[in-house]
Design a protein. Structure first.
Length: 147
């Protein structure tokens, strides 16, 4: 059963072109992992990224790029099949992007019951963190990742 989630919209303090370019190359995500704080093995190239954390392996690949509008990412190595779409739309506010994430995940009833609200919360926190970072505020970090 496919479950659909849509994050809240956030007004990111970057133009759509700038924000899109930061997300289009998956090697950029590998560089964002704080060294020493998260024990993960990450490999990435322009189109794909694979991470192994505590023996759990997940891989993603870019399935579609529409310059400055959207990036579609699908699972390649994952216990759960999913597709995520990052949206980059011009905002009515100058030099800002209306950003949000759609996620479709193949979840059975039990997984949807256990993970559904956590997935929604995670998507919203990702958007909030990106907005905060774009405005020079430190995004809220989970307690277990704080130094």
């Amino acid at each position: 059963m496919t479950a659909h989630y849509t994050s809240k919209h956030g007004q990111v303090a970057r133009r759509p072109e700038e924000l899109y370019m930061a997300f289009t190359d998956l090697r950029n995500f590998a560089q964002m992992v704080p060294q020493g704080q998260v024990k993960a093995e990450i490999t990435a190239d322009y189109d794909s990224l694979t991470a192994t954390v505590q023996g759990f392996r997940i891989g993603v690949r870019v399935d579609e790029r529409q310059p400055y509008r959207l990036i579609r990412i699908g699972s390649s190595e994952s216990p759960v099949e999913f597709v995520g779409v990052l949206h980059f739309e011009p905002s009515p506010l100058p030099d800002r992007t209306d950003f949000w994430i759609d996620l479709d995940a193949n979840l059975n009833f039990m997984m949807k019951t256990m993970l559904g609200s956590k997935l929604q919360e995670a998507l919203d926190k990702m958007v909030e963190g990106l907005v905060d970072a774009s405005e020079g505020r430190m995004p809220q970090m989970p307690e277990n990742l704080k130094g």
